[in-house]
Design a protein around this ligand. Sequence first.
Ligand SMILES: [Zn+2]
Length: 360
Amino acid sequence: MKTKEEIQKLRQDIIDVCLSLLDNGLIVRTWGNVSAKLDDEHFLITPSGIKYEDLEPLMLPVVDMNDLSYEGEFKPSSEMLVHKAIYSSRRDAEFIVHTHQTYASLVGTLGKTKLKVEKNNVRIAFPIADYALPGTTKLAENVKKSANLFPETKSIIMSNHGSVSFGRSAQEAVNEAYRLEKASKAYINTICRTQIKPATDEGYSSYLENGKIVYEKADTPNRVKQIHELIYAKRSDVKYIYHIRSEAVLLISRRANHMKPLLDDFAQIVGTGIRIPTSEGQRKSVKKTVNAVFSYNDGAYCLGESRDEAMACAIVLDKGCLAHIAATRFGKGNFLSYFDCYKMNSNYRKNYSNLSHLVK
Ligand SMILES: [Zn+2]
């Protein structure tokens, strides 16, 4: 049984971990969640939909592992089933971090069952849990299976989604997450022969003010302005367009083909698939339910109701492009089914249409 002071410290530990993972880029926005075990039947977890910067210790709900009921004003993260699965199967788990960290997520799109690493003659393997839709019992079962099959590892990659890392303390769990990311990055860089980093380099963005288009840069070329005009004309819900010209997005924009989602957050925020147009096909490239529009050899335009939303789309699109590059160079990618993408996308639109930070 933990004392009041110990519980208070764990509440603060969770917030400190969220903020440090944000600072170091393992968590972006609120895309992830963190928990701490209180006893065999209860754990604390980050609430759903609250920015980590706004979190206070008493805002963290306490979840009952028996029936998933919770105490507290705020609803627990929708990924609490995954946390419960780990606490109930691994005695060495007292603290868990779940992130959508870039390189582990990329490894989880290649259709592999584990990531093997050898360092100083020590071999370790990170299991890759089978795919299931986020928030489902099936996903928790898949993670549990990996936790049981690999009793020596404290990190599990979740196919097409992200990863979970755990330990006996906050520090141990965080160290595990970094160790996994380092190993994943080394793997992606060598096997996939790419050094491309996550980025959101900005080209020519714009917003709507009193029905008029305002360009962020005075020297926006006319050919770019035409695309902005086309998007605002076809999408009345769009108020901000962020032009992303990162290395990964530029590379993908040079290929005229169809981009299917490899990651859950892509299906949720960007859309169920994007066609990369040839220079002549721009007109048809603006779709009602897809929040990014590629421009041949010039990156992509990410759409939102605000700059914040459009930026969220740009971050997710960039990671999606990195995943495509990695999968292409690896030789295969484990693409999500259209049915799963459709389900996630429509669910996301219904629940979080104006709250782009709410991806789990
Ligand atoms: Zn997640």
